[in-house]
Design a protein around this ligand. Structure first.
Ligand SMILES: [Zn+2]
Length: 731
């Protein structure tokens, strides 16, 4: 049984799914006897490398019964542990729990792969049926009071048990997970908690549906050619297609989604239409009509506050942050406040640059929110003069993949070899499998690569853990995948990608390496199973190696000439990295700070519009920017519990990754062997066996400071931060 079965879908699109498949434990008495099952998805994985997912041996129709049967099997296993007549021990309770649910883990791994990459109508129907079932299943386990009593007994006695650190941490995590889910409550309180959870689930669904209704129905129709001024042909075509699909053939439409709105705001020269489109977008969920989300937000906040109190926490924010790296809302706020002022100062500079440009053009305007993207783009072109078409010929997908492998070799001694000949089956012919081994040639794991877009595959890029590393009863080698949506070229023709896509490729590979380097005993502590505000650190860190000289010289070579990317171009790209960081940071931070403050308000009834207005006024929000996600449309926070009181996590992880990168720069550079070894030993290999703050301190010799983040974003380093971290600026 592993707490992450709910499947964390993280903002960067990393996708952690259950997928653990140990061999049958040797300690048979600790688990249920195994009834024979005919479902191929529940069976042990067979084949090479400790067994591989059984693609080709099952039908999609097998998935749902496999999940149902897997849940029943696991409940029986858990019940057996709960009812064990022997006194509770770490082995017969905590370790035994780690051994449960293997058939369900195997079925869930395939379910996750199909829902994310092979999602046709059949799979959609399974998903609709199973999502609520899987959520309720988790509750069934944490509400088992006999089981909790055993865990609590062990937890109370933890100081006398003489457990090694990894076991202590696992016991603490299990105990807090149960307590945080209400295991300590009496029956009436448990009933109330369950009612609150159900009411909240309905409100989240209502919030998402309202938002979706406005995003999918509202649009600004462009009536004539004159309304298209400034839009390139590709955007005009997209707008024409959007209009046609919304029953307005022959016209053009900007629909109410970010991917449609942002390019229009960047390129349209029609200021009146930019304002119209901007207003439509920022008012989503806030139009005082049937789809208005404000009352729903008020209700969600009220119920969350009650739930937190019931569970024994001062506020929802305190409940959410307890098992994160930040640990308390105060520490998260401290970081956000430290970055806020310099970011706002940078916005004022950015606006001044844009105003100067507008004045030079005699535009006769004062920069307004609907001008920001438009003038920022003009400044970008004037200041940095980077043309995507100039960069792309150097960025070949397969060369960069080789570059990533090379980096993994330099940092961690890993080697990647393609597996050919079909000895490892795949779910789609586009998927390739690589065998990963260590410097001594010992097998480490498998890396599946699914790079191309296709119908039924979700958008974006992500990492998926099919089977985490563990060694509870035997060595279980890890299986992970990286997924992307590149357009497949003609056979033999290199695929060229953008700089942003190349960075994303390295990012997701960072998650994969976090899984591949795992070296722990218990599956639920393995690899990427770390707190939400820490999980993006390894991946964000790995992005940095893309722009190292070594990678660019060898792997960013021109598709026609084979020449490496010229240094001037690299410099231009690097310089452009800090461009518009004021805007990016402030629109993000405003959302993150409002999120945290809303969830620190406790039982006070909240009027979201008023709260947002007053909070931003107090913060000194620049008038040219709105929150990236205003409260009535903040799906991260109100479409579920996921990122509630947790939107700060992105900044938290980025702070650590910037700080960690400087550990290399301060010594022998990006490939310094000693720093790489510490990175492996204290970060990439330890999973969740150690408090992340402690792990980081071991790696860095101190806590992370904000100075590196400020340098990365091109902000001045506050004097206090500079002296605290005592470091020179990065090159
Ligand atoms: Zn990520």
């Amino acid at each position: 049984m592993r707490s992450r079965r709910t499947g964390a879908m993280l903002g960067c699109a990393m996708f952690v799914l259950a997928g653990c498949a140990n061999q049958p434990p040797k300690r048979e008495e600790a688990v249920a006897p195994k009834p024979e099952t005919k479902n191929p998805l529940l069976a042990e994985w067979t084949g090479p490398f400790g067994g591989v997912p059984p693609f080709g041996t099952f039908q999609v129709q097998d998935i749902q019964p496999a999940l149902e049967e897997g849940m029943a099997l696991e409940l029986a296993e858990v019940d057996r542990i709960a009812k064990n007549p022997e006194a509770a021990s770490f082995e017969n309770t905590i370790a035994a729990l780690e051994r449960t649910g293997k058939p369900l883990d195997r079925a869930s791994a395939v379910y996750g792969i199909y829902t994310s990459t092979m999602n046709d109508d059949d799979v959609k129907a399974i998903e609709t049926a199973m999502s609520p079932r899987l959520a309720a299943f988790n509750d069934q386990i944490v509400q088992n009071s006999q089981l909790f009593a055993r865990i609590a007994t062990l937890y109370e006695a933890r100081d006398r048990l003489g457990l090694p650190p990894e076991q202590q941490r696992l016991l603490w995590l299990d105990y807090t997970r149960f307590v945080r889910s209400g295991a300590k409550l009496d029956e009436p309180a448990k009933k109330r908690l369950s009612a609150l959870n159900q009411q909240l689930a309905s409100l989240y669904a209502k919030f998402r549906q309202n938002l979706l209704a406005e995003e999918s129905s509202q649009m600004v129709v462009l009536e004539t050619e004159a309304d298209l001024e400034g839009l390139p042909p590709a955007l005009r075509d997209a707008a024409a297609a959007a209009a046609a699909s919304h029953g307005r053939p022959g016209k053009w439409a900007i629909v109410n989604t970010r991917s449609s709105v942002d390019p229009f705001l960047t390129l349209s020269t029609r200021r009146d239409l930019r304002e119209k489109v901007w207003r439509m977008f920022v008012m989503r969920g806030d139009n005082g009509d049937a789809h208005d989300n404000k009352a729903t937000v008020t209700e969600i906040l009220k119920l969350r506050a009650e739930r937190a109190k019931l569970l024994g926490y001062p506020t929802h924010a305190h409940w959410r942050l307890e098992n994160t790296m930040a640990k308390t809302p105060e520490r998260a706020e401290e970081l956000m406040e430290a970055v806020w002022k310099p970011a706002v100062a940078r916005v004022h500079e950015e606006v001044a640059d844009m105003q100067a440009l507008a004045d030079k053009e005699r535009a006769g305007i004062r920069i307004a929110p609907w001008d920001y993207h438009f003038y920022a783009e003009k400044v970008r072109k004037a200041k940095y003069a980077i043309d995507d078409a100039e960069v792309k010929p150097f960025l070949q997908l397969e060369k960069l993949r080789e570059g990533m492998f090379w980096v993994a070799g330099e940092l961690f001694g890993l080697r990647f070899d393609p597996i050919t000949g079909g000895s490892v089956p795949v779910y789609h012919p586009d998927v390739r499998v690589f065998r990963v081994s260590d410097a001594q040639g010992k097998h480490v794991g498998l890396w599946y690569f699914d790079p191309y877009a296709r119908v039924g595959k979700r958008s974006g890029a992500w990492m998926n853990s099919y089977r985490p590393q563990s060694r509870l009863d035997r060595e279980v080698p890890v299986i992970v995948s990286n997924n992307a949506n590149f357009v497949k070229g003609k056979p033999g023709e290199p695929i060229l990608i953008s700089w942003d896509d190349a960075r994303t490729l390295f990012h997701e590979f960072g998650h994969a390496l976090h899984g591949l380097n795992s070296n722990v005993t218990y599956p639920s502590l393995s690899g990427t199973a770390v707190p939400r505000d820490y999980v993006e650190f390894p991946s964000q860190l790995l992005e940095h190696w893309l722009s190292t000289r070594q990678v660019l010289d060898r792997f960013a070579v021109n598709v026609r000439t084979g020449q490496p990317m010229p240094p001037e171009l690299v410099q231009k790209i690097e310089k452009a990295q800090t461009f518009n960081q004021g805007y990016i940071t402030v629109e993000y931070l405003a959302s993150a700070m409002v999120d945290m403050k809303l969830h620190l308000a406790g039982a006070t009834p909240i009027d979201p519009a008023q709260f947002e207005r007053e909070t931003l006024a107090r913060l000194g929000m620049p008038e040219q920017i709105v929150m990236r996600h205003r409260t009535p449309q903040f799906a991260h926070v109100f479409g579920g519990d996921g990122y509630s009181a947790g939107y700060y996590s992105y900044l938290w992880s980025d702070t650590i990754s910037a700080d960690a990168w400087e550990a290399f720069l301060e010594t022998g550079g990006p490939y310094d062997k000693a720093v790489a070894k510490r990175l492996h030993d204290d970060v990439f290999s330890v999973g969740n066996t150690i408090d992340p703050a402690e792990a980081y301190r071991k790696f860095r010799g101190r806590d992370p400071g904000i100075a590196a983040l400020m340098r990365k974003r091109g902000f001045p380093v506050p004097a206090a931060a500079a002296s605290a971290s005592d470091r020179k600026a990065s090159p």
